[in-house]
Design a protein around this ligand. Structure first.
Ligand code: ZN
Length: 217
């Protein structure tokens, strides 16, 4: 295996990249000047140093110190929206009409499932919802603080792509969460029903996402 093959192997692991595209990337790099390659490789080297992962929603972010989606004073604490991946979250955030919490699920549940728990954040999601459903203890004699997040959850919105695997993930999460959400009377709605079949969330435009949000059921 020569260096071209070796590098192409790395690119093949990227989402949606096949063998031919992987090799095109390698030849593209060969055509660039040394400073481009230098900047690219130092960017790759430092990516994990500068970027943090939020312990609440699991998204990646660079600044500030705390994730500004989870710790914003303006967040609507009665909703949580669950997406497959960071790029879907970005698309919904850009659309600008959703102001609740987010949660990055980390993947879709394979239809023939074997090791779901290690592939996606189902355990983390269950823990998160449990926490959000438990009212925070209020100290005797103190006013309940309006900034308390716990116990305010009213709706869980599942926002997966309108594909068989997205649909399957939707069903899987509903089934897993229902012992928690049914007794607490928490609504679970799906965004996918407002999207046309095959729609990838991350490539949807603002009005498609706005409509899907409005028509969630
Ligand atoms: Zn966060």
């Amino acid at each position: 295996m020569d260096n071209i093959d070796k590098l192409a192997e790395y690119f093949r692991e990227f989402p949606g990249i096949g063998e031919r595209q992987a090799r095109r990337f390698v030849y593209f790099l060969l055509s660039k000047n040394p400073s481009y390659l230098e900047n690219l490789s130092s960017g790759i080297k430092n990516i994990k140093k500068e970027i943090r992962q939020c312990e609440k929603c699991f998204r990646f972010f660079t600044s500030p110190e705390k994730c500004n989606l989870c710790f914003s004073p303006n967040v609507e604490t009665d909703k949580i929206l669950i997406v497959e991946k960071d790029s879907d979250l970005e698309a919904l955030k850009r659309s600008g009409n959703y102001h609740g919490f987010y949660f990055v699920f980390g993947g879709l549940v394979p239809i023939v499932e074997k090791t779901t728990e290690s592939r996606v954040r189902i355990n983390e999601l269950v823990e998160r919802i449990k926490k959000d459903l438990t009212p925070a203890p209020t100290k005797v004699g103190s006013d309940p603080s309006p900034s308390k997040v716990e116990g305010q959850l009213k709706e869980i919105i599942l926002a997966f792509s309108a594909s068989p695997q997205g649909e399957h993930t939707d069903v899987y999460i509903r089934r897993t969460l229902s012992p928690l959400t049914d007794p607490a009377n928490i609504k679970i709605s799906s965004l996918g029903r407002g999207l046309s079949t095959g729609t990838e969330l991350e490539y949807s435009d603002k009005s498609t996402l706005d409509n899907a949000l409005k028509n969630r059921s």
